[in-house]
Design a binder for this molecule. Structure first.
Ligand SMILES: *Cc1c(COP(=O)(O)O)cnc(C)c1O
Length: 239
């Protein structure tokens, strides 16, 4: 074992304790059961050795946002983990991602649904799909290349996922836009999720909340938090 490992494990343990305390406090304030919120630790840019340490500390769900980095780590870490892919995804890489991801959070267009479906069939795996919604200010759209489907397109996308072999519609995901109050964004996501469940009752996942905004996400009903830097440390810019 390299001498840095125990120090890194101690640091991750402390950070996890702090984040866990934040989640518990937020659940208590919202009158929610802690067990109804899943923590996904976002390990992008950090090595597979960190993922292994997190698994030793009891983490069950990890998130990555880039292919092939994500697949390389998933192949290297032997611990049984659920791998969440949450990055912009080109259709020509969807088949490869379908081989190792358990959940894809970043599905925002019909072409991607079809590609993931083909990949899941080829890999003989079932893939859970979350629809990423863009809830940013209207004036930023459409030129800035943000990812996410418009709320008006969710219904058709959900039907496309539900009608695709080997894909299972899990629910919705959003990233709160920078520089706006995230609370109303997460509240809007929860309303969209409720509307979606009237047609697709199994689509119960609401993936929202990161290191900086997990409290308003829990308050609004998030079922899955995606927390990176508060646990692993600040990433270099653009990481
Ligand atoms: C990086 C990332 C996160 C984690 O962000 P932190 O601010 O480091 O907690 C969550 N969701 C997505 C989609 C990400 O790319």
């Amino acid at each position: 074992m390299s001498p840095e490992i125990p120090a890194r494990q101690q640091q991750l343990r402390e950070n996890l304790t702090t984040v866990e305390e934040r989640i518990r406090t937020a659940c208590a304030a919202a009158g929610r059961d802690r067990a109804d919120v899943t923590l996904i630790v976002v390990t992008k840019t950090y090595p597979a050795s960190d993922v292994a340490l997190l698994a030793d500390l009891g983490i069950t769900d990890v998130g990555e946002n880039r292919h092939p980095e994500a697949g390389e780590k998933a192949a290297e870490v032997l611990a049984p983990l659920r791998w969440h892919f949450m990055g912009g995804l080109q259709t020509n890489k969807a088949g490869a991602v379908a081989r190792y991801a358990d959940v894809v959070h970043s599905v925002d267009r019909a072409k991607l649904v079809a590609s993931l479906g083909r990949g899941a069939v080829a890999a003989e795996r079932e893939l859970e799909v979350l629809l990423q919604v863009d809830l940013g200010p209207e004036f930023d759209r459409p030129s800035d290349g943000r990812s996410g489907a418009a709320p008006a397109d969710l219904r058709a996308l959900a039907d496309a996922v539900a009608g695709t072999e080997r894909l299972r519609l899990g629910g919705v995901m959003t990233v709160a836009p920078l520089g706006v109050d995230p609370a109303p964004v997460f509240e809007r996501l929860a309303i969209l999720a409720e509307q979606l469940r009237s047609d697709h009752p199994g689509a119960t996942v609401i993936s929202a909340g990161m290191s900086g905004d997990l409290e308003p996400a829990v308050a609004a009903g998030a079922t899955h938090l995606r927390v990176g830097s508060a646990i692993l440390g600040e990433r270099p810019p653009l990481g």
